[in-house]
Design a protein around this ligand. Structure first.
Ligand code: ADP
Ligand code: MN
Ligand code: MN
Ligand code: MN
Length: 336
């Protein structure tokens, strides 16, 4: 049966890469990623190649059924250059986690955005809604904006087989979150990107955009958007040791600049020390501390110092592949 394959990749724009995709029709498809062929695209239109030598290669790495299209699949791809080497825009290729020992749970925050007013849903055209307070985990037309989009997105993700663990309305009006968890850093990144793709595409139907910027309302009293990275490896999951948790946290201290470099554009606007963030200039960690760079969840303490850590610094526009890559690299330097 003719099958639609949506090949999805990340472009070469800096500092924030965007999703691109195009449809390939095949006569039949087994549903297994290893049965998919590489494809190519014009890298000169995505800031990934010069015009004179424009071909880049799409290498399928993850596929799920497309819940919103007949006889169709979504195909997440890595970008290779014309020699077949990972393109410099390819953050997935940086992940050093071949045995999938690292598990990641990303909390993706975002704003639903009205292109007509250039404001979040729920913001009157000429001004602002009431101050923050009632919107977080809210219900009712005065406080929760865009639920029909959020619900359709959740159903689409679940039908595709993505491991969404939950959703919630966030602190600012028009701001929402979904959480995705996977055992394996590459898979977690793949799932986040496919979920972002589905949200963008569902938004099209409603004429609503997704604003991934970490501080789209500037320095007013409105929360920014993060993408907290919860992570663990066997060492953390079976630590039974406060010292192990502290050694892994300490490994992040000398890596601050390297981490911040991939934790999303304009993060200085978000990591101000206000709105449940730590200052971008500091490094700190603490149990249950939502004002720290890295939070040690109460869960770990209650499980005799075994479990996971939460790096609260990555922002909503960060590339989960690059975030995972630097976290894995840094954890591996810990003196445990
Ligand atoms: P909060 O908003 O309190 O920070 P959430 O419930 O939104 O917490 O997110 C917690 C995240 O932690 C979830 O995405 C979950 O999958 C993740 N998580 C839980 N256990 C682990 C683990 N062992 N390794 C990695 N991530 C984990
Ligand atoms: Mn959360
Ligand atoms: Mn949140
Ligand atoms: Mn969190």
């Amino acid at each position: 049966m003719a099958t639609k394959l949506e090949y999805i990749w990340l472009d070469g724009y800096k500092p924030t890469q965007s999703l691109r995709s195009k449809t390939k029709i095949v006569k039949s498809f087994s549903g297994k990623v290893e049965d998919l062929d590489n494809w190519s695209f014009d890298g000169s239109s995505t800031e990934q190649a010069p015009g004179g030598s424009s071909d880049c290669i799409l290498k399928p790495v993850f596929t799920v059924p497309d819940p919103q299209r007949k006889d169709a699949y979504l195909v997440m791809c890595e970008v290779l250059d014309s020699t077949g080497a990972p393109h410099e825009s390819n953050g997935r290729a940086l992940i050093q986690d071949d045995d999938n020992d690292f598990w990641f749970g990303f909390e993706q925050e975002y704003f639903l955005w009205d292109p007509a007013t250039n404001k979040p849903l729920g913001f009157p055209a000429g001004g602002y809604p009431g101050p923050q307070g009632p919107y977080y985990c809210s219900v009712g037309a005065n406080n929760a904006y865009g639920r029909e989009i959020v619900e359709e997105h959740l159903d689409a993700c679940l039908e595709a087989g993505l491991n969404v663990e939950g959703i919630n309305a966030e602190v600012a009006a028009g701001q929402w979150e979904f959480q995705i968890f996977a055992k394996g850093a590459k898979e977690a990144g793949d799932q986040i990107w496919v979920a972002r793709y589905l949200l963008e595409r569902i938004g099209e139907k409603f004429g609503v955009a997704v604003n991934w910027h970490c501080k789209p309302l500037g320095q007013l009293d409105w929360n920014g958007s993060g993408m907290h990275a919860n992570f663990s490896n066997t060492t953390l999951r079976t630590a039974n040791s406060k010292a192990t948790f502290e050694a892994i946290c300490e490994a992040f201290r000398p890596a601050v600049a390297e981490c911040i470099a991939v934790y999303g554009a304009d993060n200085d606007q978000r990591l101000t020390g206000k709105h449940e963030t730590a200052s971008i200039h500091d490094f700190s960690y603490g149990v249950s501390d939502r004002g720290a760079s890295i939070r040690i969840p109460l869960y770990a303490v209650e499980h005799n110092w075994s479990g996971y850590l939460e790096d609260r610094r990555p922002n909503s526009a960060a590339d989960p592949y690059k975030v995972a890559a630097v976290i894995i690299k840094t954890v591996k330097t810990a003196k445990v």
